[in-house]
Design a binder for this molecule. Sequence first.
Ligand code: KIV
Length: 267
Amino acid sequence: MSKRKTTLEIQALKEQGQKITMLTAYDYPMAKLMDDEGVDMILVGDSVGSVIAGYDNTLPVTMEEMLYHTRAVVRGTQQALVIADMPFLSYQVDPVEARRNAGQLIKEGGAAAVKLEGGEHVAHTIADIVAMDIPVVGHIGLTPQSIHRMGGYKVQGRQGAQAKQLMKDARAVADAGAFCLVLEAIPAPLAQQITRTVGIPTIGIGAGPDCSGQVLVIHDILGLCDKYAPKFVKRYADLAAPIREAVGSYLSEVRDGSFPTEDHSFQ
Ligand code: KIV
């Protein structure tokens, strides 16, 4: 019988020098496919807002939406560790609300861990949630919930002061008890330095090859995203083409009467 990966096993992968694999998923069938392939961790990212719901950014995503997608992903998986993103405003306003929302993603969503964005300034929130025995993944660098402060989706930590702050952020998140840290869109040498400094695994997305593991958005790697793809995305398939072809064939066959045939009808 298969068993879900645990945070301890993820930590062990780093210690053994084995790369950790993570992908985003938002629904049952996609989660099932990647779980069958043996992905270590699945992130139900708040990227669901832009990828699935068609919002301009992740800010409108609600707890309700995160719970709905997390449940679907959990139902589709047997072995991957499922992490649910805490959406904007679910942890920034009030510490009690932050703990309750984290707990809800575990209790009602079925996730095994939560992820939240930010460094030093959210370390106390991370510590609070960890104290409830809820594993936390940190996320620093390009943090999409801070898009208005950052002035767009830009590489972070290029200047000395910014790089120093990111190192401080990484330490604060690790010291607060996070079991893992996502590094998004930061220079590769800085990600390497952070990975060597903090004891916990780092998961890179646009952070070079020296992180403990990598994460990408599933729709990006499958060629299913019609929006601008950042430089760090590698497209492993172009699934938009066969989908368009299949839909096109269906439309023609319905219109010209060649579908359905007797094979698809009840007598
Ligand atoms: O929301 C998300 O999908 C993420 C990953 C891109 C790290 O935070």
